[in-house]
Write a protein that binds this ligand. Sequence first.
Ligand code: ADP
Ligand code: MG
Length: 725
Amino acid sequence: MPGRFSAIEQAFDREPVEAVPPARDTSSYYGCNVFNREAMRKYLSSETRMIVYESIENGVTLDKWVGEHVASGMKRWAMDMGATHYTHWFQPLTGGTAEKHDSFAEPRVAGRSLEEFSGDKLCQQEPDASSFPSGGLRNTFEARGYTAWDPSSPAFILGDCLCIPTVFISYTGEALDYKTPLMRSTSAVKRAASDVLAYFGMGDAAVSCFLGWEQEYFLVDSSLYALRPDLMLSDRTLIGHGSARNQQLDDHYFGSIPPRVMEFMKEVEFEGYKLGIPLKTRHNEVAPNQFEIAPVYEEMDLAVDHNLLLMSIMRRVADRHKFKVLFHEKPFKGINGSGKHCNWSLGTADGVSLLSPGRTDEENLRFFAFMANVLKAVHDNNGLLKASIVSASNAHRLGSSEAPPTIMSSFLGSQITAAFEELLGTDGVVKMEDKRGRGVGIPQVPELLVDNTDRNRTSPFAFTGNRFEFRAVGSSANCASPMTALNTAVAYQLRRFKEAVDGRVSAGEPVMKAVLDETREAYRASRAVCFDGNGYSGEWEEEAGRRGLDTEGSVPAVLDHFTSPGTIKMYEDTGVLSEVELRARNEVAWAHYAMKVEIESRVLSDLAYNHVIPVAIRFQNVLFDNVLKSRELFTDEEFEKYSPQELRQIKEIADYINFIRTAADDMDRMCDEFSALEGREMAVAYHDRLIPRMDSMRGYVDALENIVDDQMWPLPKYRELLFIR
Ligand code: ADP
Ligand code: MG
């Protein structure tokens, strides 16, 4: 029977995996598995191509005949590439992605088969949607949900399958996925930004919304992983005594990448490049066996697809290298967890970043205006932004003195803060003629200093020179959730800003003065959310409460922000989600939360009864035996001298076993009891009552692990999971 020790031996004895082609040839395979413009040139007529490009750039809906043409070209391309199946690839609310493969082949009665793929099949599919969460939007007996082609994200080939990125909507048109609201929000924020840019004579500039994500993850040897039911079923270790050495030497961060991991990374990059994912950065992270991968930023809708795609590539490639990749936010207690920093910015097609200061007064005013509006959006929606990143798994990471706290605040750095404060003091005289812009009312922000903005790793939403870095996002999350909330909040705020400026202008104020005054107002009203200090400190929590920021830490309660009247108004106004959709999503989130905790609880009680208690008893028996033999062989004095400690340990073990049994029984009973509850109430019960019980159970088990014979302990320990690679 494979045990812990044979698994450890296996882990040391790995076959090398075949080498991937050298990275220097990247250009020869970059994007080769994507139906990109190059492929379109070969497989689509120029007329069709022009219409598709137009649709990609301006979101124009495609006619049916165009769909037919694209489908036929895409099919020929895919089959030339060796694909035999196709799927609509979408992002259901379960997280991750979903796909149902259909063969191109249409087997016929006469023993023949034809390859078919019509425009209809490209544009729309009807997966049996009943098993995807909808939060009650779709009764299971009326399981119609449609996936609809999103031409803005290029189709790609994964294995033998043509994958067509799609949105997933119900029969009645409500969004059942992450992609639909994301796309609505990017278009809302681009439109709103473009309207504000008009004040600066840039009303015609096409605005882009960018995302550059940084994906953190752990790697664990797969034979050790297979011996951890908790990792296999709940993606994190539910028990495990801390390793004597973990990250305290700070020797892993940016250290040299272990060779076996390097082979894995190279193959991930190779597979990613073939799919046109612009991967750029790889390095070790803070914790042992923790790493990061990041691409160059892209248009947000595509960047989100690429992140999800990369996550599935990483899982597949890890298997080939006998690793398991862990995206859970906190797979190991006591060491750093994983996040997915989302670098967010707005810019124009010709490369102007709206979050970079410029050289002229006008450019700087534009910078301050956009900055102030983002800050105001974050200020007014700090609770909502938190709601957009909370989950059962991210809850273990947030606020545990190594990750952003559960309070949303924004770090600006001393330069920008000083400039903003100066802006409040200026008299509002704006001379736009002075193109060098020195000393005419708008503070200058030296470019060089902005690029070097002092780093503050404790801030959940930090300004980093030309973008905001939303750091609170969890590593397993779909970035679409936080990005949708942020885009929506900024779009809504930019619209309010525009209304206010227009109001001033119609009352006779000069445009630039009106923009400056409203920028001041927006910044003044956002000061409470600006915080450059140590976000991990206890004082900040108190201070944040005084400033009126949301300090709630319970996931089910934080989710309420999604259905507050303010949020509903904002989402409806910007056309991102309706009240019905928002409420449905919260139902999904609460149910998901409760299920996650229930699974963990059941796995933990299972581990307790089947793994931990039997081993503790076995070890206790060894001690019992020893004491009995001591009694026989030692004199009374010797026994008095040598055996009391052992007897104490026997009782200690007996106590732990008792505690563990009681906790496991309690947990099982609670799970049974809570299954009668629903929605929010159920999630709250799991959060408030079950999780504390799981925590105390863990304490007893970890204490046992520390005293039971290592040879007997059935589960790989932290030191093995984290240091064997
Ligand atoms: P760090 O870890 O120092 O924050 P990384 O280089 O790991 O930086 O990642 C930074 C990410 O931010 C990359 O994905 C990068 O492409 C992205 N990024 C850089 N500039 C912008 C921008 N203007 N808008 C959005 N993302 C950006
Ligand atoms: Mg970063």
